[in-house]
Design a protein around this ligand. Structure first.
Ligand code: GSH
Length: 211
């Protein structure tokens, strides 16, 4: 049985979305970050950064949302959430996963850190304007890469779409314009997928029930 440690409305939604897409059976363990549950020794033993998500599969422990989504995809090949290893589609899949984390997400995380996440004395409000500009550059690259296609890799939904759509939704929450009609339509289309709707409902229900 797979176990996912998460917290509603965070990057753990990516992992739960992937689990729902492949139809996996899984246990959801809420980690109440606001109450400091991520800093408890038993959780730090699983995830030394004290962050969510963490996936546990028997004795195997995995952190990092992109790695977790890829692991889930590879574990359930019939769901075709990850292109086969060694193919050009897999190389493009990797390209867009790394882009999601290192280019598209980074400015959003910078804004969050310097708005509320860092201790107040370490925040540098001036970087927020720079981060907004950087997001615009990354969004332009993604818009050009996507064009009028439905999905970012080939003609199939993959976990790269999960990472990208979740990150675009994050931008929308913090009121950063996506700036490109194809990105707005892409995000709306993907976030309406039944697996994402189920993932969000499960995270909210489990967090409310147990944390
Ligand atoms: N690169 C990591 C980032 C995970 C991350 O920062 N998660 C946030 C929630 S969105 C968290 O757990 N923050 C708690 C903390 O930093 O103490 C991933 O993608 O899994």
């Amino acid at each position: 049985m797979l176990t996912i440690y998460g917290c509603a409305n965070t990057r753990s939604s990516r992992a739960v979305w992937a689990l729902e897409e492949v139809g996996a059976e899984y246990e959801y363990v809420p980690v109440n970050l606001m109450a400091g549950a991520g800093r408890q020794p038993d959780y730090l033993a699983l995830n030394p950064g004290g962050k969510v998500p963490t996936l546990v599969d028997g004795e195997f422990i995995l952190t990092e949302s992109a790695a977790i989504c890829t692991y889930i995809g590879d574990l359930f090949p019939s769901a075709r959430l990850t292109p086969p290893v060694g193919t050009q589609d897999r190389a493009h899949y990797d390209q867009w996963c790394y882009f999601a984390l290192s280019e598209l997400e980074q400015p959003l995380w910078t804004i969050a850190k310097h708005t509320f996440a860092l201790p107040e004395r370490l925040r540098v409000p001036a970087v927020i304007e720079t981060a907004r500009w950087e997001f615009g550059i990354a969004a332009k690259v993604l818009a050009a890469g996507l064009g009028q296609r439905e999905f970012i890799v080939g003609d199939r939904f993959t976990a790269a779409d999960i990472l990208l759509a979740h990150t675009l939704a994050w931008a929308q929450v913090v009121k950063l314009p996506l700036g490109h009609e194809n990105l707005t339509a892409y995000a709306a289309r993907l976030l309406a997928r039944p697996a994402f709707v189920r993932a969000r409902a499960r995270e909210r229900a489990e967090s409310g029930a147990k944390s």
